[in-house]
Every structure is written in structure tokens, then in C-alpha cells.
Write a protein that binds this ligand. Structure first.
Ligand code: C2O
Ligand code: CU
Length: 512
């Protein structure tokens, strides 16, 4: 395995999009930021040099970081922020991940502009479990805010108001032809007839699950969250914030210009910006460009059926070469109530607390409740402070996430650091611990780091707690995380040095 070195300069840069200009924090002045390239099992040192004006951390989303929480990155969970004028070198240790992951800032909402892809190709001498594509391209989906994201989020934390919605979406940094002042810079992917391309798609959007498709081209999804899946042939994908998907398509059309498009999927009644980012797939050769490229047919923004149909079709490749390792028997089942849009009251004296869109939580408050903003417009208060959950090294764990909304519900992309895990079951309504486990998929469940907890439903995941450390767990919709939908799992050290955390580096950023 190889060792790679990257320098990430955190610096402000000016960007003009959708007819307005702002200065924003970037890595090396680019949006999206640089792609990290490695092979399976490599180690990557990333020296983060903060030339900005506030503290920031970086997280390597989906990298398990065996025994190494010190470089995982969530601010004030595993480290203090890297202060302006200082630097910190992350040691990103790859193990069995293969495919696409991503990195992003993990301090407040800085990830809106500070993120990029991680491409992990097979180890030397091995290859993909599908025919070699002619070319590969990362496709990073993101949100665009015309205003300053950090100012926006501090206002919202001070006032308790809902954070501002995005002004639009981007594909590889560009909003595309459907937005004002944008068609000069629309991202273009040039393709050759009859060749097959591998798109490495990252949903880095702050708050929106997305449908994505390419006009007139069918997609074959071959990996999710850096693990191979049974190929899915489809015209669209649904990808939640935090997820990554590897998708093949063949340039088999006889015309020249086709849109690829990403537009938000939203299953709740909340209003949201209904807008679509586009890019152009352009065939090389002698074509007359059409007056307008073909447009993909994506499901309607609220088509829950289409979203779930896609999500439910994902199965691990699970063959001899890529075996799965899902625990058949578990030692511990943890129930986690995930609520939003209403306070789940800790006792009967506040049973009437319905309909306040004030806070989100993992587990019923006050025991696991962590809203740190000012809730002056709320008539019921819950205790603050998240109770971390301790797990013994080597335990086979099942977590059942239960959506418990009292008011308007939505789905939640739940993400756990330090692990990939198997999504063994999912369903609507309340989880039934007698009947539901009988229907689990223990044969080819997807191995992922982020799941889509369906609106008003449940999802069950399993993993072996073989990675000692402190691991953040949260909803990857940033508004929900801001409202408190986050907690921590602590996996204790095992009894031997190689089942224990690596020593804490002496050069961790100081906590001022
Ligand atoms: Cu993309 Cu805490 O994660
Ligand atoms: Cu959520």
C-alpha cells in the first residue's frame, strides 16, 4: 500500500454564481475542492493549513479510520478546531473501502463550500467487478447559497429561526442552464460514442436528497458508499446527503447533447426551493448542436414511491470475491428515536407539545437531547446534553432507528462515523421487535455509512464494534444536525494493543 501527501490550504476565494458574487472558504481556492486519489488500503496524509479567519476541521466521510478517531474530524467531538494561522496533519487510513467517498469540513455549516471527492481504486493487481470503464469522472452535487453560510447559521442559532434555504444547486460547482447568469459555465462532460463512463457521484448538498439522471441514457449503479452492489439498471438514482454512488453509462446515442440533472427529492410538507441543477453530456464528433439538449425525466420532487423503490433495490454484491460479514446474532440492540418538527415530551405534563417546529433529537429528550441554540420561542424546555452510548469492543450491535415525528415528518439520512454497517431491514410505521427481525436481509444487505431512514418508518442496521474510538452519529441533513439530531457512540478499547485506539498524537489542535 502507498502513502500519499496532500496540502489543503483553507482560504477565502471569490465566486460568482447565479448573478451574485461572494467570498467563501475553500480548499486551495476551488469549489468543489480537490479530489483525493488513492488505492484500497493506502494511507493519506493531509496537511490542513488554515489561512482563513475561523477554526475549521475536516472529516473523511466513510473512511473507517481503524483505531484512529484522532483524525476523524468532527469539531469538538474528536478534536478542537484548527485555528486560523495554524495547521494540522490528518492521517487518513484506508482499509477495505473501495469506490467513492468524500471529505468535508465538519464545523458548523462550513461543509457547504469546503468539500470534495475521495476516489479509491482497487489495490494494485486487482480490478473492478465490472468491465473497465473508458473514463471516470467525479460528479459532486452541492447546494449554493448566495449569502455567507457562516453568518446565516450563526443568526439562525441565535434566533432559533430555521436556517435559510439554498438558492440553488450545483453539479461540479456549476448551477447549469436553468439558472440565471449560469449557462456560460455549465459543466460539460465530453464523451465518445460507444464508450462506457464511470460517474462517481457525491451528494454534498446541505439539506436535500436528490434525484439524478441523464436524458436518454440508462444508468447502471455498481457501488454505494465505497462498497460494491449488485448492478442496478435504472433511469434515475435517489441519493441522500452524505451518500456516494458509482454509476456506469454508455454513450450509445446518435445525437450529441443531453442534460444530466439533479433535483431535490422532498417527502415532507415543508417548503423548499424546487430547482434543478444541470450539466451537459456532449458527444465528441461532427454533430449539429440541437437548440436545446434533451432533458431527463426524473420522478416528481415528492415521489416517495420512486425514492423508496430505488433505495430498496440496493443489495450488496455479496459474492465469493466480495463476501459480506453481517452479524447473524447480536449482543446489543439499541433503539434510537429520531424526531423532528415537534418536541417529544419527556413526561405527560407536556403532552400537548405538538406541531412546534423547534428542535430535532436523537432519542427521546431529555435523556439524549442536545439542542444548544436559544429556544426562546418554545414553551417547553428539555435538558441539554447528549448522553453518549458506550459499547464494548467486539460487540455485535444492532441499531434500530425509529422515526417518531409528532408533526410534519421527513426522512433522515443517518450517518455513523468509524464504520460501514449493514442495512438489514427497513419499514414503515413502528418497528416491531417480534415480527420485523424475521424479515431481515442477512444475505445481501447493503454495506453503507449513511442510510435513508424513511419518513415515519424505521431502519435497522448491524455491525461489529471492532473499531475502538469516539464516533459521531448524526442526521446528514445539516438543518437537523444543527437542531440537535446527533449523538456519539464510544467503542471501548479491547484487551490487546491492536484492539485499542492508536495513541493520541501530541500535535492535536489545542482547545483554547
Ligand atoms: Cu459526512 Cu459527520 O459527516
Ligand atoms: Cu434528519
Amino acid at each position: 500500500a502507498d502513502v500519499h501527501h496532500y496540502d489543503f490550504f483553507l482560504q477565502e476565494a471569490n465566486f460568482t454564481k447565479m448573478c451574485s458574487t461572494k467570498s467563501m472558504l475553500t480548499v486551495n481556492g476551488s469549489f468543489p475542492g480537490p479530489t483525493i486519489q488513492a488505492r484500497k488500503g493506502d494511507t493519506i496524509f493531509v496537511n490542513v493549513i488554515n489561512q482563513g479567519t475561523y477554526g475549521v476541521t475536516i472529516h473523511w466521510h466513510g473512511v473507517k479510520q481503524p483505531r484512529n478517531p484522532w483524525s476523524d474530524g468532527p469539531e469538538n467531538v474528536t478534536q478542537c478546531p484548527i485555528g486560523p494561522g495554524t495547521n494540522f496533519t490528518y492521517e487518513v487510513i484506508l482499509s477495505d473501502e473501495e469506490g467513492t467517498l468524500w471529505w468535508h469540513a465538519h464545523s458548523d455549516w462550513t461543509r457547504a463550500t469546503v468539500h470534495g471527492a475521495i476516489v479509491i481504486i482497487p489495490a494494485a493487481g486487482t480490478t473492478y467487478p465490472f468491465p473497465m470503464p473508458y473514463e471516470e469522472q467525479t460528479i459532486v452535487l452541492a447546494s449554493w447559497f448566495k449569502g455567507d453560510v457562516m453568518a446565516m447559521i450563526s443568526t439562525s442559532i441565535e434566533t432559533g429561526a430555521s436556517p435559510t434555504q439554498a438558492d440553488g444547486y450545483t453539479i461540479n460547482g456549476e448551477p447549469g442552464d436553468l439558472y440565471d447568469c449560469s449557462n456560460e459555465t455549465t459543466y460539460r462532460l465530453s464523451v465518445e460514442y460507444d464508450k462506457t463512463y464511470l460517474l462517481r457521484i457525491v451528494n454534498a448538498a446541505m439539506n436535500e436528497e436528490q434525484f439524478f439522471g441523464i436524458a436518454n441514457h440508462s444508468l447502471t449503479v455498481v457501488a454505494q458508499d465505497a462498497a460494491y452492489i449488485k448492478p442496478i439498471n435504472t433511469t434515475y438514482i435517489m441519493i441522500t446527503p452524505g451518500q456516494t454512488m458509482d454509476v456506469l453509462f454508455t454513450a450509445n446515442q446518435t445525437l450529441s447533447h443531453f442534460y444530466m440533472a439533479a433535483s431535490p427529492y422532498h417527502d415532507s410538507v415543508l417548503t423548499f426551493p424546487n430547482s434543478t441543477a444541470t450539466a451537459i453530456v456532449q458527444y465528441e464528433g461532427n454533430y449539429t448542436a440541437p437548440s436545446s439538449p434533451f432533458f431527463p425525466t426524473l420522478p416528481a420532487y415528492n415521489d416517495i414511491g420512486a425514492a423508496q423503490k430505488f433505495t430498496n433495490s440496493v443489495k450488496s454484491l455479496a459474492n465469493e470475491e466480495y463476501p459480506i460479514n453481517v452479524p447473524e446474532n447480536i449482543n446489543t440492540r439499541i433503539y434510537i428515536a429520531v424526531s423532528l418538527n415537534a418536541l417529544r415530551c419527556p413526561n405527560s405534563s407536556c403532552d400537548t407539545a405538538t406541531g412546534d417546529r423547534t428542535a430535532a433529537s436523537l432519542n427521546n429528550p431529555p435523556f439524549f437531547y442536545n439542542f444548544t441554540g436559544d429556544v426562546s420561542n418554545v414553551s417547553f424546555y428539555t435538558a441539554q446534553g447528549t448522553k453518549a452510548r458506550m459499547i464494548d469492543y467486539g460487540e455485535a450491535v444492532e441499531i434500530v432507528y425509529q422515526g417518531t415525528n409528532l408533526g410534519a415528518a421527513s426522512s433522515h439520512p443517518m450517518h455513523l462515523h468509524g464504520f460501514s454497517f449493514y442495512l438489514v431491514g427497513t419499514g414503515s410505521g413502528n418497528f416491531n421487535n417480534v415480527t420485523d427481525p424475521g424479515h431481515y436481509n442477512l444475505v445481501d444487505p447493503p454495506e453503507v455509512n449513511t442510510i435513508n431512514l424513511p419518513k415515519n418508518g424505521w431502519a435497522a442496521i448491524r455491525f461489529v464494534a471492532d473499531n475502538p474510538g469516539v464516533w459521531f452519529m448524526h442526521c446528514h441533513i445539516e438543518r437537523h444536525a444543527t437542531w440537535g439530531m446527533d449523538t456519539v457512540l464510544i467503542v471501548k478499547n479491547g484487551t490487546t494493543p491492536d484492539t485499542s485506539m492508536l495513541p493520541r498524537p501530541a500535535y492535536m489542535p489545542p482547545c483554547s
